[in-house]
Design a protein around this ligand. Structure first.
Ligand code: BGC
Length: 519
């Protein structure tokens, strides 16, 4: 007989089971879905600054850029055509994530991952072999569709597979892979920019096939999550899978909760109509605001434009690329801090600490730049001065890498009940992609107009989002994913939106102590 769940201090449950090698490996393989997104973030900026690439596909842009002689460091050459080309991927991903929602819900999480990897692979081949702009753009749209499918399915897959008390750690594997993808791309651009024959960009673009191959092949071997198996009418397989991933036969309690969640889910025919219901207001708000805020931290200014930024503060070509590699390394290593602390300290502490660190660094960087370049944008800095700017940028990146980076993907994937989880995750992906697009598109114009104030602007947003988290995000660490409703019900603000009748799953029936909810 099952030993049963233990009610923990937060009013959630601790199911029996341990971290099995099987679940660890499946999560590592699934997380590689993050590589394709990261690789693209890191590769595009480098490729579009290669002369041979511009000459071939955007000769007009190339000519204008060479004529540009402004000494104003804030106002760099800005081609809307070129940034639109780069950002077309994010628009494609935005739209694709809605289709991915249906695939993920109807056919299972693994087929979304497989499909995403495959389409990305075709896009990489088209881009690497591109003979004209049409091939290039078609390729980018396919890459975007791939990213849309992967980002929609991977975080949900990881959150469902993981035992509740290690969910944060396993889910952040996705962000870790994003950062590794970005870093690999930085290194590759550094190497291919040195290729003499003018075909370096082809190598950079074609190598996207490597991460795509990894997730496409990997997805073929992945099992589907018990939650999804039950939802799609395979209860026996689901139970078998649950035993396998938890490493124990004592899974009845968790299984029953999944079945209850699935029954609830089957009452819902239209996830999109349901998600706007009052009882889901908290989750809907989070899945819109968290990705919006994540992009308003300004992180992609660093990820996309680090070499430009470092050139602005007086580094040469090589030094700027090396500095970009340094921030890339910091990004990867700092992610481990969140991997090891997120299930102990919790999400809120990381959000609040990381946010505060980012605010301080942004103010310092803005001020350092203001002192040297003022509002005119004219000026020179010493190597030591420039190095100190890079240092504070690294501390800022570290703050992001253990807060808004990983949590921006983790939290939206773990807060929704099963019936609207796929739809909720699609909203998360599309809002994220939309604002990634917007920031990429307007950053250079903003820098030209707002000058060093741009750093204060982003700092202001991080202040707002940090206060938002402090007031409105309840702690979700260690709470089983199908029990999350209890956390919202217990929250001082969101609790008002959830009627007592809205809570069916796993509490009264499964013996949860309701008195703990309001504790
Ligand atoms: C964000 C990306 C960002 C990356 C940096 C991700 O969580 O979604 O926009 O470039 O982190 O590591």
């Amino acid at each position: 007989m099952a030993g049963g769940a233990i009610v923990n201090t937060r009013g959630g449950k601790d199911y029996p089971g341990k971290l099995t090698l099987f679940v660890f490996l499946t999560c590592v393989v699934a997380a590689t879905g993050g590589l394709i997104f990261g690789y693209d973030i890191g590769i595009s900026g480098g490729v579009t600054s290669m002369d041979s690439f511009l000459e071939k596909f955007f000769p007009e842009v190339y000519r204008k850029e060479k004529l540009e002689k402004s000494t104003n460091q804030y106002c760099k050459f800005d081609s809307q055509l070129l940034t639109t080309f780069t950002s077309s991927l994010y628009l494609a991903a935005l739209i694709a994530s809605f289709f991915a929602s249906t695939v993920t819900r109807t056919f299972g999480r693994k087929w979304s991952m497989f499909g995403g990897g495959l389409v990305f692979l075709i896009g990489a081949a088209l881009n690497g072999a591109a003979k004209n702009v049409l091939m290039l753009i078609l390729g980018r749209i396919l890459l975007g569709i791939g990213v849309g499918f992967a980002n929609q399915s991977v975080p949900v897959y990881l959150s469902e597979m993981a035992p509740a008390r290690l969910r944060g750690m396993l889910n952040i594997g996705f962000q870790l892979m994003i950062t590794i993808g970005i870093l690999a791309a930085n290194f590759i651009n550094f190497g291919t920019a040195k290729i003499k024959g003018g075909w370096g960009w082809r190598v950079s673009l074609a190598l996207a096939a490597v991460p795509a191959g990894i997730i496409t092949l990997g997805a073929l071997f992945l099992p589907d999550t018990p939650n999804s198996l039950i939802e799609r009418g395979h209860p026996e397989e689901a139970k078998h899978m649950l035993r396998r991933i938890r490493g124990t036969d004592d899974v009845d309690e968790e299984y029953d909760d999944l079945v209850a969640a699935s029954q609830e889910s089957h009452r819902v025919k239209h996830p999109w109509a349901n998600i706007v219901k009052r009882k889901y207001r908290a989750q809907l708000t989070m899945t819109i605001l968290i990705p919006f805020f994540q992009q308003l931290t300004g992180i992609n200014v660093i990820m996309f434009y680090a070499p430009v930024l470092f050139k602005t503060i007086g580094f040469g070509d090589d030094a700027s690329l090396i500095s970009a590699v340094i921030t890339g390394l910091v990004n990867v290593f700092a992610t481990f801090v969140s991997i090891f602390t997120v299930d102990k300290l919790g999400r809120r502490k990381l959000f609040l600490q990381g946010g505060s660190q980012m605010i301080i660094c942004q103010i310092i960087v803005g001020t350092l730049i203001a002192i040297k370049f003022g509002t005119s944008g004219e000026g020179h800095v010493s190597k030591a001065y420039a190095a100190s700017v890079v240092l504070f940028i690294c501390v800022y990146v570290a703050g992001f890498a253990w807060s808004w980076g990983p949590l921006g993907w983790l939290v939206p994937s773990e807060i929704f009940p099963l019936e609207i989880r796929s739809a909720g995750q699609s909203i998360n992906v599309s809002v994220n992609m939309l604002f990634t697009f917007v920031i990429a598109q307007v950053f250079l114009a903003m820098l030209c107009h707002m000058k060093f104030g741009l750093f204060y602007f982003f700092a202001g947003w991080v202040v707002i989002m940090t206060i938002f988290i402090a007031l409105f995000l309840p702690e979700t660490k260690n709470v089983p994913i199908e029990e999350m409703i209890l956390v919202w019900k217990a929250h001082w603000f969101w609790g008002k939106f959830i009627a007592d009748d809205d809570i069916h799953v796993g509490n009264v029936e499964m013996g949860i102590d309701r008195s703990k909810i309001n504790a």
